[in-house]
Design a protein. Structure first.
Length: 162
């Protein structure tokens, strides 16, 4: 069975870091759109909105860099959860649990860190060293940050500047 989701879209609001647990969690809202031709031959555009959740180190990174209007690539899996609403009714929510996130555009200003596309996510089978903060990088080069997740839940991150 395959449960894989790949989305490219714009964030509709800043990433929301959720506290209260030992494992960091970040919630994001992503908008994607598609075009089609209706029965009258008119070109139409429709937007879809997706709930995205990230955990661990990826959640920490998302809370720092995922701001409203940024174009991102998200890869993960669909997950449906059940909860009881404030009115006492059972409800279901389907969301994308992100494994990988790539920033596809530059920050709004050069003072907000590293310029260029960034890659954040799981790279199974790789043992990468943990870096310093991305803000420590200098230059206008293209930066890449990869997050490695081992089978035992170990996570490390690496940054390279090209």
């Amino acid at each position: 069975m395959i449960n894989r989701v790949i989305l490219i879209g714009n964030l509709t609001k800043d990433a929301e870091a959720l506290g209260g647990s030992q494992n960091p969690v970040t919630r994001m809202r992503l908008a994607t759109n598609f075009f089609f031709t209706d029965a009258e031959g008119q070109r139409q555009e429709r937007s879809e909105f997706h709930n995205v959740v990230s955990f661990g180190r990826l959640a920490e990174i998302c809370s720092l860099y995922c701001v409203r209007g940024r174009r991102v690539y998200i890869e993960g899996r669909l997950s449906t959860r059940e909860y009881t609403g404030s009115d006492g009714l059972r409800r279901w929510s389907t969301e994308v649990r992100a494994d990988t996130m790539k920033l596809l555009d530059r920050p709004p200003s050069a003072s907000e860190g590293v310029a260029g596309p960034h890659v954040f996510g799981d790279d199974p089978g790789s043992d990468l060293e943990a870096p310093g903060e991305p803000d420590d990088l200098e230059g206008d080069g293209e930066a890449e940050l990869a997050l490695a997740g081992g089978r035992r839940g170990r996570r490390a991150a690496a940054v390279s500047v090209v």
